[in-house]
Each structure stands twice: as C-alpha cells, then as structure tokens.
Design a protein around this ligand. Structure first.
Ligand code: IMP
Length: 435
C-alpha cells in the first residue's frame, strides 16, 4: 500500500505526464497499463525537453522502476528509439521493465490502421495511425504477438504467419512492401527483441512486491475516460479501456490494490480526432485557447479542437472511474477572460435537456452544452502555490467544478513549469501514507 491511479478524465491530453512526473518523484514504481505510442507527453527538465510515448516519465528520476504493463501495446522500434534517445542524453534507463505479456505492434498493424481510416473516408475516426486498434483487435482475436515471443525465433515466425493469414485481402495494397516479408520481419523483430531482452520482466509481480512492502505505486493511464472503448463516445474512441478499473487487468493487480484514483482534467476541454464535443467552440476564442494552451498534439502535431469545460462529462468520468481526487490543469490559460463558462447540462434536439451524460450516441452527437457563466479573473496566477494565493474568482471557479462533480481537488496547474502547481491536502494525505 498505497497505489494511486492517475487517469485522464476528458478526451486525453489533460496533462497527465506532469502530474505523474511529480508523484513519481516520491513513488517506487510507475506502471503504464494501457494504450501505446498513441499517447505522448512532453516533460521539461532544467530546460531540457523530453518527449516520451511509451516509457513512463518517472524514468527521469534515477533509480525509479518504470514498467510497461501487460495491457500496453508496444511498438518495439519506437521503444528502442526512446531508450536510445534517453541514453544519449545521459538518462539512466536501468529502471525500465517491460511486461513479457504485453502485445507487440507489428508493421502490418500500422498498414491496417492507415487502410481502415482511408476506407472510412469522411467517417474516419481520426486515429493516430500508430496501429493501436489493429493490434488490440489481434489481441482479442488471439492472433497477437507478445513481447515474450521476441525471444523465440520459431514461435515468432509461426505466430506472424498465423496472424498474417486472415489479413491477406486487406494487406493486398501493401503486398510488395518489404516490411511485410515474413523472414525480414522475423529477423527485424528478433533484433529488436535482443535489444529489449534485459528489460523484460514479470511486471505484475514487481508491483505486488512493492505494495507488499508498503511502497508507493503509480498506475499511469493514457488517453481519457471519453476515449474509453466501453465508456467513451464509441466508435470515436481508442481501442483500450482508459478508466481506472483497467489498471487491474493492465497492470495485473486486484481492485484493492488501487487506493486513490485521481482524474486529470484541463480547466477547459479539448479533443483531437473526430466525434461529438458538446461544448466545442468554433469562434476566435477557440483559436485563443489553442494558441495560449499550445493545443497541438504531442504525437501527431494535429491542432486540437477546443471548448468550455464540460461538467456533465466530468461528473460521468468521476463516476465511472471512482475518482477520489481531481487534478485541474492549465488554469492559467483562462486568465484574462471576463467570463468563463462551464456546461452544467446538455440541450438536445426538440428542446430536450440532459443532466447526465447520455448513453445513446445520437443524443451525444446532437447535444450542445447548456452553459453556466462564472466571473473570470485578470491576475497572473502562475506564482500561486496554495489555493489561498489564487484570486477569488479563480478559486470560486475551482470550487464550483469540485462541488459539481463531488470530488476534492488534489492538484491545480497554474503554469507550464514543473513547479507551477498547487498541491492540496489530498496529495499530502497520499504522500504521508506512503512515507
Ligand atoms: P487511436 O488510439 O490511434 O486508435 O485513435 C483513436 C482516437 O483516440 C482518435 O480520436 C485519436 O485522436 C484519439 N487518441 C488516441 N490517443 C490519444 C491521446 O493520447 N490523446 C488524445 N487523443 C488520443
């Protein structure tokens, strides 16, 4: 004990990396439990910028065990490049552990992701085209290749052959691509396997042992509740479960091994890719928020769609995750606005109104946020280190959000820097329990 899950409570890109990085400083193990290199976070350390897609950001704290859990889909090339990049910059990667049971993204998964989106045309999901969906599809179909398969050439080759067989039709446009050659692919993945071998481990056991000796474990989520394959805005979702419950299956622990669940939410709302967005702004204000918040994807560089904070969706995210703490990031981006809005209900077609996040996709697609106006603030808040340091209206905004969803604040981000953050007693409670 204790374990804390840190998950996205919107459509991803909430700034989870910075929070995980801060908590990682005091933790023993950080473990990613789902998603793959569709995620990405940027960490700034003493002026150095690190962009990571797979390795938990805790790796920058020397000696920290950073695990890639069995629920993650791993592109071994991206992972070896990330390891090399860190080593080149003098970062000690000896704390990295990779679950032997994690599934591998293969070259054909990337091809199928591209082909699938092209086929959907205007109806495309807007995936990151990193092969995430096809890899999870193979996992469910029991045609997946796992990290442990990299260590046995004949198993690897057989499994690739079996996995390729039902895909011949869809892969026909790529038939001449050298990346699809069975022998070359096996060789290539064997080489990557040799590189990764020292890091391959039983990550579930590592977490269990850490909890058993009262260490602090961080379960690091990727994407967010509204991109969850079951609870999100299906089909405009990612292909894994992003809610806290997924940490059990994806890290190999039981529900009682998660003691706190912190949901990360921006002080406004963004989304990349297609799909419904009830509080989306289409005017200059969206451009202002995008520019001020640097709202461009870390992984794909795509401009993010921007809008007001959606409290209907946040209350839903709080429920399906069982949130015990709220992390509001980028509050400073709203500084200078006369009025700040939040959605406290949805307006549907023909005058219908909704207090709760609707389960029916047609309703969510047509819903518009019913907005509540809150007074803005002008004062620079980047120096605030406690809630009392904030201007009254900024504090009232946070209180409104926290009261609406019924979850106490854990952290509040007031600027891009690592130290530009307010930690509340919820954080102290966890750190104290871990001490
Ligand atoms: P995929 O995960 O690449 O299959 O993409 C499915 C949907 O999830 C698309 O709308 C992506 O833009 C979105 N998505 C996937 N990963 C992230 C992320 O880390 N942040 C934000 N959106 C994401």
């Amino acid at each position: 004990m204790p374990g804390v899950a840190i998950v996205g409570a919107q459509w991803g890109d909430e700034g989870k990396g910075k929070v995980v990085d801060l908590v990682a400083e005091r933790s023993d193990v950080v473990i990613r439990f789902q998603g793959g290199n569709n995620a990405g976070h940027t960490i700034v350390r003493r002026g150095d910028v690190f962009k990571l897609h797979l390795i938990p950001s805790g790796i920058l704290h020397a000696g920290r065990i950073c695990a890639i859990g069995n629920g993650v889909v791993v592109n071994p090339r991206v992972l070896t490049e990330e390891i090399d990049g860190l080593k080149r910059r003098g970062v000690d990667t000896s704390g990295l552990r990779i679950s032997a049971n994690a599934h591998l993204i293969m070259p054909y998964h990337l091809m199928l992701d591209h082909a699938g989106e092209a086929k959907l045309g205007k109806l495309e999901i807007g995936t990151t085209r990193r092969g995430i969906g096809p890899c999870y599809a193979d996992k469910a179909a029991r045609l997946g290749i796992r990290v442990q398969d990299l260590l046995d050439e004949s198993i690897l080759k057989k499994k690739i052959m079996t996995a390729l067989d039902p895909k011949q039709q869809s892969l026909r446009p790529y038939a001449k691509d050298p990346l699809l050659d069975l022998h070359a692919m096996t060789e290539d993945y064997r080489t990557l396997g040799h590189r990764l071998e020292p890091y391959i481990a039983d990550t579930s056991r590592i977490v269990w042992e850490t909890l058993d000796r009262d260490g602090l474990v961080v379960y690091e989520g990727a994407q967010g509740a509204l991109l969850d394959i079951d609870q999100g805005t299906y089909p405009f979702v990612t292909s894994s479960n992003c809610v806290a419950g997924a940490a059990c299956a994806g890290a190999g622990v039981g529900p009682k091994d998660i003691h706190e669940v912190w949901g990360v939410v921006k002080a406004y709302q963004t989304r990349v890719g297609s799909g419904p967005f009830p509080t989306e702004l289409h005017d200059e204000l969206a451009d202002t928020i995008r520019a001020r918040g640097g709202e461009y994807g870390t992984t794909t560089g795509r401009p993010r769609r921007c809008g007001w904070l959606d409290l209907v969706a946040l209350r839903y995210a709080a429920r399906i995750n069982g949130l015990t703490g709220l992390v509001v990031t980028k509050l400073d981006v709203l500084t200078g606005l006369d009025t700040v809005y939040v959605a406290t209900g949805y307006l549907g077609s023909e005058g219908a109104t909704f207090d709760e996040f609707p389960y029916h996709q047609s309703i969510v697609h047509k819903a518009r946020g019913e907005l509540t106006a809150l007074p803005g603030w002008d004062e620079d808040i980047t120096g605030a280190r406690s809630l009392d340091d904030l201007p009254d209206n900024a504090r009232r905004y946070l209180e409104y959000v926290s009261d609406f969803v019924g979850v106490p604040l854990a952290f509040v981000g007031v600027g891009p820097g690592r130290e530009e953050i307010i930690a509340t007693e919820v954080v102290e409670g966890l750190m104290g329990a871990a001490a």
